[in-house]
Design a protein. Structure first.
Length: 323
């Protein structure tokens, strides 16, 4: 008896059903359909692995040679691909395709002569790839020009159609509503100076394939006004410099105990010192008064002497006139 089943591996867990039609056991193949087989589907990058098994006994396997014919065709194509295989599996890469139709049948040959003894009917299956969750858009760039924020990006890689019209985007800017965009750019008008905000973009397929699954948001890109940032950086730099210099001055003063010397209080004078200062001041005042009196007496004496000389000269002059 020959039996076969197919397992599809891609994307998410699913159940694939496959039927084959082996012939009568006595003839090497059964003519009645075998019961359905269901196998799980697991993720395997962007490829599908088909595999099958037969129910030949050990004696039949030694007596006969078993081969398989696989035929498959991708969606939206007309080219059918056929392969004759001895293995029990086939790896099919989806590339840009969203699914395919495949069919497989089993052939039994005599080992010595390679004569065909019997073959089963075709077992068919159809595979559709699950809805694709795209990666975030790539090469997101932001610029601030003419009082508007300009955002550009590139579409994410995809296994399906890459036409620009297939994608739909959403743009999110800090403190703003999410905006739907169909192009690979967006311009956001700015009414007041921008201090700092972020922009993110996500994508999904909308036109070519209906897909409700949005990609994750791209990494935030920071937007800022260079002039505002320069002034903020300058003020922060100056503040930091002043704090540093102040801390350095305090450390130096503590190191050399400068503050202790400057802020040391002067002791108040004792009673003896106060009395001595008062006595010295009184003595100094007396000396000053005595010097002033002596100077006054000398001035008076000089004045009197000068007056006597004038009188004598006057008398001498008169006597000369009388003669």
């Amino acid at each position: 008896m020959v039996d076969a089943c197919v397992s599809l591996m891609l994307g998410y867990h699913h159940v694939a059903t496959l039927r084959i039609f082996p012939s009568n056991r006595n003839e090497g193949l059964m003519t009645q359909p075998a019961k359905h087989h269901t196998l799980p589907v697991t993720k395997k990058e962007s490829q599908v692995i088909l595999y099958w098994n037969n129910n030949l006994t050990k004696e039949e396997t030694e007596k006969y040679s078993v081969k398989y014919i696989l035929s498959y065709m991708f969606f939206n194509t007309s080219q059918e691909r056929k392969e004759r295989l001895q293995e029990k599996k086939k790896r099919i890469r989806l590339e840009l395709h969203t699914g395919f139709k495949a069919k497989v049948k089993t052939q039994v040959f005599m080992k010595e002569t390679e004569d065909l003894i019997k073959e089963s009917g075709w077992t068919e299956c159809t595979y559709r790839s699950p809805p694709e969750k795209l990666n975030p858009p790539i090469n997101v760039s932001v610029s601030l020009e003419n009082r508007s924020i300009k955002i550009h990006w590139k579409p994410p890689p995809t296994i399906g159609s890459r036409g620009k019209k297939c994608f739909k985007y959403q743009v999110k800017i800090t403190d703003s509503k999410i905006v739907d965009v169909t192009e690979e750019k967006y311009e956001y008008p700015v009414l007041r100076p921008v201090k700092k905000c972020t922009a993110q973009v996500r994508a999904k397929k909308e036109v070519c394939i209906t897909n409700k699954i949005w990609s994750d948001w791209s990494e935030p890109v920071i937007i800022y006004d260079e002039r505002t940032v320069d002034s903020i950086v300058l003020s922060l730099t100056l503040s930091g410099l002043l704090v540093f210099l102040g801390s350095l001055l305090i450390c130096v003063c503590r190191r050399y105990r400068f503050l202790e010397v400057v802020t040391m209080p002067f002791p108040s004078p004792t009673d003896k010192l106060t009395t001595w200062l008062a006595t010295d001041e009184t003595h100094h005042q007396k000396q000053n008064s005595m010097q002033m009196e002596m100077q006054s007496e000398m001035i008076l004496r000089i004045s009197e002497d000068s007056g006597d000389e004038d009188i004598q000269q006057h008398r001498h002059f008169k006597e000369s006139e009388d003669l």
